[in-house]
Design a protein around this ligand. Structure first.
Ligand code: AMP
Length: 112
């Protein structure tokens, strides 16, 4: 069994509402949504957090943002926010890199 919850979803060891998948990425609905639309875009490579990436992850990192575009285009989401929490102090609770796509309500700035 994989040792983090997102790897378990990637390996289909536990279910998720998967809305997009390719060789590099999987995207699924957040189990505890913070907005009417709350999708997580996750690299299949085991990367704990953004600050642990390097030049060799350039393709993956670019691909994640293009998947955000693909999903928001597909669902005609015009206004959305993309968030990466890096480290526990910034709110990261699952230590496998992921982008949050949040949409469907107004968002304050600066974020809390
Ligand atoms: P973060 O706090 O940035 O690490 O975000 C982790 C996110 O993963 C949270 O928004 C959780 O609600 C979400 N999450 C945790 N477990 C699952 C799961 N099994 N399926 C979908 N989303 C999950």
């Amino acid at each position: 069994m994989a040792d983090n919850i997102f790897l378990k979803i990637i390996n289909k060891e536990i279910p998720a509402e998967i809305i997009y998948e390719d060789d590099i990425t999987i995207a699924f609905n957040d189990i505890s949504p913070k907005a009417p639309t709350h999708i997580l875009v996750v690299p299949k490579k085991e990367i704990k957090k953004l600050s642990e990436t390097s030049k060799q992850d350039q393709e993956i990192l670019g691909h994640l943002l293009l998947v955000v575009k693909k999903i928001t285009d597909k669902y005609q989401i015009k206004d959305f926010r993309v968030i990466v929490n890096n480290g526990a102090g910034a709110g990261q609770t699952v230590f496998h890199l992921h982008l949050h796509i949040l949409a469907g309500r107004d968002f304050g700035w600066p974020p809390g």
